[in-house]
Each structure stands twice: as structure tokens, then as C-alpha cells.
Ligand binder design. Structure first.
Ligand SMILES: [Zn+2]
Length: 358
């Protein structure tokens, strides 16, 4: 574990609110603690989503073989056997329409009309990728040449080569085979395999947001968790205003998740393990209405699921004799908390009242 400073060690003993006061006064200094990429970015990469939010998990060999069976002989030769189509013969060399160029095998968007240029080589040329994480590179020493081969990051299809004689701003020339690409004109509907992942957002208030954010971030299927303020009366509240009970906001964690990998119901279950839904306007050592228990729904489906879940929990033996006070309300605007509150537990190695639900 990272060595904690004396001030941060206080956190483990007196709870979040008191320690936060210490940190608040020293925000300038603590802002540097654990600086680096957001935990959310790391998680996104671990889960194999690109920056533009496409699923880029490498497909198993059997799946690629299945997809490749549908290709015509020339496309198979180029994409699966690293072949090259003759110059000036491809159908996309002179294509000037606006749109996106996707992998002919798996559908991942690889290049955009925005970055296409006329290289005069006879092959479709682009000065950059749609998303650099969608195209992988490897050295190719075949045919007595030293080149850099480019492939689809998801299915491994051979696309062409990249050279360093392209135009500004990158100076690169991605030299493509037309048969490796499937062009979709702007305004036409993309097939599911060419669309970004459809994520959902959920909001939970369960006391001090540090611990709640920390454990939601660890959830399987959770892309990102972020600390903030919600359900209050003012715009862009500060931590100090919220602490002074001036604004009516609740400390809230925004959870972005992939509903194909984790259900909203599972998030609700985790939330009820993390905090005590029978404590009114407090959690552990933290007191005040900013620490109230709440579920702020973003769709009618979430509302139904949350209301049914809370009603069911209210009757469960776990809470016998104690009233569940969790509020279920339509989500208002989420205001992200100050930078020093984000990933707080991960940055400081601190401890919170929140239980690990996973
Ligand atoms: Zn592909």
C-alpha cells in the first residue's frame, strides 16, 4: 500500500467529512497526489474499449474463420493471406463521398473520409486512422522490403501498409486495399457491428462519494464512475457550498456501464451492500442531507426497476424493524466534483465506511 501522509491517514479514523475538510484546505498540494490517467481510462482499456468507445476485444480465431467464410476469393486472399490488389483497380480509390470506411470482415470503423487524400499511388490513402486503437501495426520484411503492415485491431484482417511520406499533420500515408474496406456513406444506417458500444448511465447517492465511487469503479461491466453533486437547487455547486447545506445537493456517483455486461439491477444490489439505506441523512461518521441515500433514475425502465427493488428490500429480513429511506427520483443535472475528489481512494490509499460489494 502507498505510504499515507499524516493528514491523509486521519481519513481512516474519523471518516470522510472530517478528512475532507483537511484536504479542502490543502487542495493545491493534494491535487498532485496520484496524478496520472483517470481510473476510468485504465478501466476502459482493460475492458477493451477504444477511446471512441468501440468494442475492440480481439475476436477468437474460430469467429474470424466463420466471418472469413463469407468473403469472396479476392477479399479472402487480401485480408486473410496479406495479399495486395493491383493499383488503380480498387473501387474506393476515387471515392470522394463523405462517410466511414469499416473493416470488410468484422465491421470495425477503420478510416474516415475526413482523412482521405489523393496519393496518386492507385490505392485508397488516408493520413490517419478513424481511431489509432482500431488499427494495429507490425513490421513486414516480405518481398525483400522493410515495411509496416496495418491490420484491423479486432479481427486481424490485413489492410495494407503505412508509410511516412504522407501529408500534414501526421506525415503518414495509410495505403489501403479497397477490398479490405466496406464504405458507409454519411447518413446511412450503420450495421450493429460498426456502431459504438451503447452504454447506460446510473446515479447513486450513498454518503461520502469517495468510497462509493471507488467500489463502483471496480464493478465488472462498469466503464467509469465519477464523483459529483445532484438533485440540488443551484448550478455548479462547490464542495464547500454543498457541505454548508446551502444548495440541497447530494454527493452522488455517476456510473457509466455496459448493460450487456452488467445489469442495472446488479448495480442496485451492489449499492445496497455498499451503504446502509436505513440511515436518514447520514452514512457512517458523515452527517447532513448531502449524505442522503438516493437513486436518481435516467429512464422509465430504471425507475420501475429501482422502485421494485427498494420495495422488495424494504420487506427483506436484512432490514427487519428498520425503515429503508432511500429516495428514488428522476435524475437532474449532474455536476462533477472538484478534481481532487475524483479517484480519491485510489489516489490516497484511504479507507471509507463503504463495504466492497463485488
Ligand atoms: Zn476487422
Amino acid at each position: 500500500m502507498r505510504k499515507m501522509s499524516n493528514n491523509l491517514a486521519v481519513l481512516a479514523v474519523v471518516g470522510c467529512a472530517a478528512a475532507a475538510a483537511v484536504v479542502y484546505q490543502q487542495a493545491g498540494r493534494t491535487a498532485g497526489v496520484g496524478s496520472g490517467p483517470f481510473a476510468g481510462d485504465e478501466k476502459r482499456q482493460q475492458m477493451n474499449y477504444s477511446k471512441s468507445m468501440y468494442d475492440i476485444a480481439p475476436l477468437p480465431r474460430e469467429r474470424v474463420a466463420e466471418l472469413a467464410k463469407k468473403l469472396d476469393a479476392e477479399t479472402y486472399r487480401v485480408t486473410q493471406k496479406a495479399g495486395t490488389e493491383p493499383a488503380f483497380c480498387g473501387t474506393l480509390v476515387d471515392n470522394k463521398k463523405e462517410g466511414v470506411y469499416c473493416c470488410v470482415v468484422c465491421g470495425l470503423p477503420l478510416f474516415s473520409s475526413e482523412h482521405k487524400f489523393n496519393s496518386g499511388t492507385g490505392w485508397p490513402s488516408f493520413y490517419r486512422e478513424f481511431d489509432p486503437q482500431h488499427v494495429t501495426r507490425k513490421r513486414d520484411e516480405s518481398h525483400g522490403m522493410s515495411r509496416v503492415e496495418i491490420n484491423c485491431a479486432r479481427c486481424g484482417a490485413h489492410l495494407g501498409h503505412v508509410f511516412d511520406d504522407g501529408p500534414k499533420p501526421t506525415g503518414e500515408r495509410h495505403c489501403l486495399n479497397s477490398v479490405s474496406l466496406k464504405f458507409h456513406e454519411k447518413g446511412t444506417e450503420l450495421p450493429p457491428e460498426s456502431r459504438p458500444a451503447a452504454f447506460e448511465t446510473a446515479y447513486f447517492a450513498g454518503g461520502c462519494f469517495w468510497g462509493v465511487e471507488h467500489y463502483f469503479q471496480k464493478g465488472p461491466g462498469v466503464i467509469d464512475a465519477e464523483s459529483g453533486y445532484m438533485q440540488g437547487r443551484t448550478e455548479k455547486p462547490t464542495y464547500k457550498q454543498v457541505c454548508n447545506h446551502d444548495t440541497g445537493h447530494a454527493e452522488t456517483v455517476k456510473v457509466v456501464f455496459d448493460p450487456k455486461r452488467i445489469s442495472y439491477r446488479r448495480l442496485l444490489e451492489a449499492f445496497f451492500v455498499m451503504h446502509d439505506p436505513t440511515q436518514l441523512n447520514r452514512q457512517g461518521p458523515d452527517e447532513g442531507d448531502q449524505y442522503r441515500s438516493g437513486i436518481w433514475y435516467t429512464s422509465d425502465e430504471q425507475r420501475k426497476t429501482a422502485e421494485a427493488f427498494v420495495a422488495e428490500q424494504a420487506k427483506s429480513p436484512r432490514f427487519a424493524g428498520r425503515k429503508v429511506v432511500t429516495q428514488v427520483e428522476a435524475a437532474k443535472t449532474f455536476f462533477a466534483a472538484e478534481e481532487y475528489h475524483q479517484d480519491y481512494i485510489a489516489k490516497t490509499g484511504g479507507v471509507c465506511h463503504v463495504a466492497n460489494p463485488w
